[in-house]
Design a protein around this ligand. Sequence first.
Ligand code: GUN
Ligand code: ZN
Length: 467
Amino acid sequence: MNQVHLGHVFHLAGRPTVQDAADALVSLPNGALIVAGDGRIVYCGDSDDIPAEFRGDEIIDHRPGFLLPGFVDTHVHFPQTFAGDAYGGGQLLEWLDQCIYPAESRFADPEYARIAAAEFCARRIAAGTTAAMVFGSAFRHAQDALFAETHRRGLRVVSGRGIQTTGGESVAPLLIDEQDVVRLTRAEIDAWHGADTGDVDTALLHVAVIPRFSLSVTRQTLFELGELYESVRERGVYFHTHLNENNRPGTGEVDTTKTVYGVDSYLDTYDGRFLPGSAVGGRSMLGRRSIFAHSVHCQDSELARLAATGSSIAHCPVSQQFLGSGTMPWKRTIAAGVNVAVGTDFGGGDEWSIPRVLSAAFKVHISEPGADAISMHPAQMLFTGTLAGARALDMENRFGNFDIGKEADFLVVDPAGTPALAGRLTHGVRADDPVLARDQTLFTLLMGMDETAIARVYVQGRRIDDD
Ligand code: GUN
Ligand code: ZN
């Protein structure tokens, strides 16, 4: 049985790049999104033009609500579910030591991990984040709880245990032995990759290989993970980590990594070139299912390599502000041809909501110095929070917009849930030019919406917000 959802549709049709997002923007004030019984989109267009074959179908009238593709969070930390806004002084490396490693160590308790998994999925649904690359816990029982709860709630996830084989005292509970890395990582892949349907092309659950960052693993671990990743690439397994996040002079993560490894660039450590002088010591873990969080301080050569390998960046401006990590140069990064999606990086970021991250992106990039400043187009913002995320997860063929045949991941946004937003949408001044007026409405929606405006959440056409 088909369902006809009525509302104001916004999405990016086709396969645009961020540069041509404005041309791909579809706005249908009297929109209809028709979803077949198998969860796929069979029609997206004006409600007056609904083909005769769908006329008798069940109608769900969300007007005056909006219909948007589900948001994609390409970098969020499950074991930091209760660690948002953690205060300990200092920037990234001090914050990890003082706040985050202790918080993540609590997941050794299976009951605590189970409560966190329930909260994590609840927060994602409330925020309308239908798909996510999730940085996992060091504990197998916690990852089992995450995958099981994600499945129960009907969400999509790509996740993997956060791998650490070296570090100081504060991280000791999270460390695993070098000789266990491959066995434990492979066990998670075998247990959960595509586990819900038995087929990665239809599954909602996927696994990633996730070294925390180069400073938390040894050369031997990078070597073994490279071999492992090469052996599971064909199975559609993902790779995820942090890159070039914080460069506080002298003691920042970027300088420290380059010094510890003796490499020319941070990316080299993940690219098989982790020996001194960036000599090749193992296999590259870059590729079209590889997502690098932050990538704020990349050299041109690193951006070129990310683009050439089809790797993606998870841009996390809320977190970058919280941890003093700086501003990813927007123009230069997208000009390099890398796919840039967004991440909350919760709890480095203190927002679960992708629109809040897009709002931060708009503000930091319009404030970049001199000629680097850019006013992001609202279509670019929507693209970055939806279709670019699906592309980063290498599942653009399945979701991310409302093209016919895609799986129907979408949100109903009801401005009435957020009176201040409703007021701006109803009474805000709009340009005479209909295209600019359209863009103004989308901008107001993205800048002004939070959890309170998200009325319903659907994955594969199934409503998942009514647990
Ligand atoms: N780098 C290594 N670990 C982390 C983490 O947990 N959060 C952030 N933001 N950066 C990291
Ligand atoms: Zn992170």
